[in-house]
Design a protein around this ligand. Structure first.
Ligand code: PMP
Length: 401
């Protein structure tokens, strides 16, 4: 029955991780997958998460099903985090929300919801470049995926002209994917002024913002700063919007699949109806979302002391990443690596989009055991005080050779 199954190549970044793991070199460096590592190159369990885990296990943790829409106090706290405490009260009744299988499941659910019960066009505008899964998630749901030029490769900054041109020409009621902060892979976000310009055009042209919020707090260390775009579109412009939140990076709960997806609708009745559709969609796909990670996230978001601890953890992660950005930049310059490297420090978030040609990326892997995505995006979390000099030297040597 399955003789017509095609052979699909493995996901590039997961395949790269597997290659890295099987490399026996003692100098190997993994700059591929976007998962935070501490200065000893180890996964880091956030102290706030460790404390929440302990409290949960002391509370006789059970393994019962969650409701179909997920843990209510988690969904509420997640939406409040995104909208902000001052405006949440005035928006809450118009929100339809559902716990999701991390950010990916949230985007999928948002797409299914749009298809199931909205008057939006099944046409999604996706920045180029973007996180590789955006095209897969939306094309698998039958959306027509269109790319727009987001990044000016020459100047190493956002191509606002191309961006605005797309917004001016997109069909009304089509959907635009917006990375809420820490754009993956470029590390280049719109400034506040640019967000305002984007928002104003989108509102005028009746385009629908689908905000992918995978790095809230992880970008700058401050939720308020990182939620700027979400709050501008929803609170200031009063737009209907969809937000898919992931707690993979900002709480280090990668494998627990903790996410929340919500839409802001026109009124309370529409929100209730929309939420009932989400519930039906969730029932048919996952039935009940995973409980453990949601309990941890909920405990952190609903307890003042744990929230403070989490904010400090965000600063710890952001600061180490920022230190590595500056160390890499300084060492590239010290090693005389040809070219201008200022983009390494002007970008933000987990990644640096180095701008290396493919043959150098391959050479770094084959000769120096340094693994990075083919487009030369590196996860700065893979750098530490023991390997950053080696990486900078290797890049410099490869370019000069
Ligand atoms: N969106 C973007 C832009 C991402 O980079 C990621 C993680 N790599 C996600 C969404 C979702 O990840 P997850 O499903 O692990 O939450």
């Amino acid at each position: 029955f399955f003789s017509s199954a095609p052979r699909i190549p493995k996901d590039a970044i997961f395949a790269l991780t597997a290659q890295y793991k099987s490399d026996t070199s003692p100098v190997k460096v993994n700059l591929g997958q976007g998962a935070y590592r501490d200065n000893a190159a180890l996964p880091w369990i956030l102290p706030s998460v460790a404390e929440a885990r302990e409290r949960i296990s002391n509370h006789k943790l059970d393994h019962e099903y969650l409701p179909i829409l997920g843990l209510p106090e988690f969904r509420q706290a997640a939406c409040k985090l995104a909208i902000g405490p001052t405006k949440f009260g005035s928006v809450a009744s118009r929100i339809a929300s559902c716990q999701s299988l991390s950010g990916t499941g949230g985007l999928h659910l948002a797409g299914s919801l749009i298809k199931a019960c909205s008057s939006l066009k099944p046409q999604v505008w996706i920045p180029e470049p973007t996180w590789s899964n955006h095209h897969l998630v939306f094309s698998s749901l039958g959306f027509e995926c269109r790319s727009f030029q987001y990044y000016d490769f020459e100047r190493k900054r956002i191509d606002m002209n191309a961006y605005k041109k797309m917004l001016q020409n997109a069909e009304p009621h089509s959907i635009v994917i917006l990375h809420a902060c820490a754009h993956n892979p470029t590390g280049c976000d719109p400034t506040k002024d640019q967000w305002q310009e984007i928002g104003r055009i989108m509102k005028e042209r009746q385009l629908f913002p689908l905000l992918d919020a995978a790095y809230l707090g992880f970008n700058s260390g401050s939720i308020d700063d990182d939620a700027y775009a979400i709050r501008y579109f929803i609170n200031d412009l009063g737009m209907e919007a969809s937000v898919s939140m992931s707690f993979a990076k900002n709480m280090g709960l990668y494998g627990e699949r903790v996410g929340c997806t919500f839409v802001v609708t026109q009124n309370a009745e529409i929100a209730e109806n929309t939420e009932s559709v989400m519930e039906r969609l969730q029932r048919s796909e996952v039935s009940n979302p995973p409980a453990y990670g949601a309990k941890i996230a909920s405990m952190i978001l609903n307890d003042a002391k744990l929230t403070e601890m989490w904010y400090a953890d965000l600063i710890t992660m952001c600061s180490r990443i920022r230190e590595m950005r500056h160390a890499l930049y300084n060492l590239l310059v010290e090693n005389g690596a040809p070219g201008d490297w200022t983009h390494v420090t002007s970008q933000s978030g987990m990644f640096s989009f180095l701008g290396l040609p493919r043959d150098i990326v391959i050479k770094l892997k084959e000769q120096y055991h340094i693994y990075m995505a083919e487009n030369s995006r590196i996860s700065l979390a893979g750098l530490n005080t023991s390997n950053v000099a080696y990486v900078a030297k290797a890049i410099s040597e490869c370019i000069r050779a």
